[in-house]
Write a protein that binds this ligand. Structure first.
Ligand SMILES: Nc1ncnc2c1ncn2[C@@H]1O[C@H](COP(=O)(O)OP(=O)(O)O)[C@@H](O)[C@H]1O
Ligand SMILES: [Mg+2]
Length: 420
C-alpha cells in the first residue's frame, strides 16, 4: 500500500508557499484557521515519516483520517454563514488525493465517499437555518462529483505507477538471478578449465613415465632370469620389482586410455550380442561365479551406431563394477535392453549394496573409488565414451538398494560421428 516517497525538498517548500498563500487570505485574524493550516502543512511534510513509524497498513488510514479531520475543522473556522458555504471546501481534496495515492480504486472510492459524507454532514446544522434549494443542491452535488473525479484521476496514475514499479522489480529480480547463475557458470567453467589443464599435465606425465617403466620392467625380467639359480633373495626382490612395475604400468595405460583423444570408429552394431560377449569375457574370468543372471531383452532391438571396441569397454566396466559390488557371496545380475525414443537403453542392475546418496554425484569423477585396490577410472571412462557417442549414462536406482546403471546409445540412423 504505502510506498516510500522520495519527494525533493522543494516540493515541500512549494506546498508550504501555497498554504502560506491561504493563510494570507481572509479570514486573516482567525487564529484557529492559521493553526489548522500550520498543522496541515507540518503533517504533509512529516507524512512519509509518520507512515514509516505507524506501519504500512495503519499509517495511510491514519494519515487520511487526520487530514480529513483537519479539513473538516478548517471549514468550521472559515465561513461567514455556515461551514457548508465556506470557500475553503476544496481543502477536502487533500484527504481525497492522499487516499488516492495510498489505496486501491475501491478503497479510494470508499474514502472519497467518507470525505463527501463529512462535507455533507455540515448540511444538517445549515438546514435548520436555511432551505436547500435546487441551485444549492446542484452546487453541492457538483463539488462532490469533483471529489470523485479528482480521486479517480490521481488513483489511476498511481496504479499505473505501482504496476510499472512492480514490473521493474520483477525484472531486476530476474536479472539478479541470471547474474547469479552466470557467475556460478563462470566459476564452474574456470574449475573445469583448471581440471582440464591438470588432466593434460598428468596425461603428459603418464606418457613420459610409461617409457622408463618399460625399460625397468624389461630389466627386471632379465634380472629375474639371470638370478634365477644363484641368489633366491635377489630373485624374490626382482620379482617384486617386476610385479609392481607391471601394476604401475597397467595403471598408467588405463589412465592414458582415459585421457587420450581417439577417433570413433562408428558402425551399426547389435547391442545384445555385444553385451553377451562382454558377459562371456567376465564369466571366463570367473567374475560371475556366484552370480545368477537374468536377461530381459526386447524382441527386436534396433542396431546402434557405435564404436564396438569402446562400447565393449563400457559394458565390461559396468559388469565388473556390478560383480565387484556383489562380492564373494555373489547375487543377482539383471540385464535389460529395450528401445527408447531414438536410442536403445541397456540396464545393468546388481543386488549389491548400491551407491549411497552422497556419492551419486562423484562416482563418475576420475579417480573416485571406494575400493582398496580400485583406480576410480572405470565410470569416468564409461561416461566419456558414452558422451562421445551422444548417449547418456545414469545411475537410475534409488539409494538403499542394488545399483542399476542405464546406458542409452543412439540407434543406427540417428547416430553421428564424433570425436572422443
Ligand atoms: N554397481 C555398483 N554398486 C555399488 N557401487 C558402485 C557400483 N559401480 C560403481 N560403484 C562405486 O563407484 C566407484 C567408482 O567406480 P569406478 O569408476 O568403476 O572405479 P573403481 O571400480 O576402480 O572403484 C566405486 O569405487 C564404487 O564405490
Ligand atoms: Mg570399476
Amino acid at each position: 500500500m504505502a510506498e516510500e516517497h522520495a519527494a525533493p525538498p522543494w516540493l515541500d517548500a512549494l506546498w508550504l508557499i501555497f498554504l502560506f498563500g491561504l493563510a494570507l487570505l481572509p479570514p486573516i485574524r482567525e487564529l484557529h484557521k492559521q493553526v489548522l493550516l500550520l498543522l496541515l502543512g507540518v503533517f504533509q511534510i512529516l507524512e512519509s515519516r509518520f507512515i514509516r513509524v505507524t506501519g504500512e497498513k495503519r499509517g495511510p488510514v491514519l494519515a487520511v483520517l487526520i487530514k480529513l479531520t483537519l479539513a473538516a475543522v478548517l471549514l468550521n473556522h472559515t465561513h461567514d454563514v455556515a461551514p457548508i458555504t465556506s470557500s475553503y471546501w476544496p481543502v477536502f481534496f487533500v484527504p481525497v488525493t492522499t487516499a488516492a495515492i495510498y489505496f486501491r480504486p475501491l478503497a479510494t472510492l470508499l474514502w472519497t465517499t467518507l470525505t463527501s459524507a463529512a462535507y455533507c454532514s455540515y448540511l444538517i446544522p445549515a438546514l435548520q437555518q436555511f432551505d436547500l434549494d435546487w441551485k444549492g443542491a446542484s452546487e453541492l452535488l457538483l463539488r462532490i462529483l469533483f471529489f470523485y473525479l479528482v480521486a479517480m484521476t490521481v488513483n489511476r496514475f498511481v496504479m499505473d505507477y505501482r504496476f510499472q514499479v512492480q514490473r521493474y522489480q520483477t525484472l531486476s529480480e530476474n536479472l539478479a538471478d541470471t547474474n547469479r547463475s552466470l557467475r556460478l557458470a563462470q566459476a564452474e567453467a574456470r574449475h573445469a578449465e583448471r581440471l582440464a589443464a591438470l588432466g593434460q599435465l598428468s596425461a603428459g606425465l603418464a606418457h613420459e613415465i610409461r617409457n622408463p617403466l618399460g625399460v625397468i620392467k624389461g630389466s627386471a625380467e632379465i634380472l629375474n632370469q639371470k638370478l634365477a639359480a644363484s641368489d633366491p633373495m635377489a630373485q624374490e626382490l626382482s620379482g617384486y620389482i617386476y610385479t609392481e612395475v607391471n601394476r604401475v604400468s597397467a595403471l598408467v595405460s588405463r589412465f592414458l586410455d582415459f585421457a587420450r583423444p581417439s577417433q570413433l570408429n562408428l558402425r551399426a552394431e547389435d547391442l545384445p550380442a555385444m553385451l553377451e560377449s562382454c558377459l562371456k569375457t567376465a564369466t571366463d574370468q570367473g567374475a560371475t561365479a556366484h552370480v545368477s543372471i537374468t536377461r530381459d531383452y526386447a524382441p527386436s532391438v534396433p542396431r546402434v551406431m557405435v564404436d564396438r571396441e569402446l562400447c565393449e569397454q563400457v559394458f565390461t566396466n559396468l559388469l565388473a563394477n556390478a560383480c565387484e559390488a556383489m562380492g564373494e557371496q555373489g547375487g543377482e545380475l539383471k540385464l535389460r535392453i529395450r528401445p527408447a525414443d531414438a536410442q536403445v537403453a541397456v540396464e545393468i542392475e546388481d543386488s549389491g549394496p548400491g551407491v549411497p546418496e552422497q556419492m551419486r554425484e562423484q562416482i563418475f569423477n576420475p579417480f573416485f573409488t571406494t575400493k582398496k585396490t580400485g583406480v576410480g577410472l572405470g565410470l569416468a571412462i564409461v561416461s566419456k565414451i558414452v558422451d562421445a557417442h551422444g548417449g547418456t549414462v545414469k545411475l537410475v536406482s534409488p539409494p538403499g538398494r542394488g545399483a542399476c546403471f542405464r546406458v542409452a546409445l543412439p540407434i543406427a540412423q540417428a547416430a553421428k560421428g564424433a570425436q572422443l
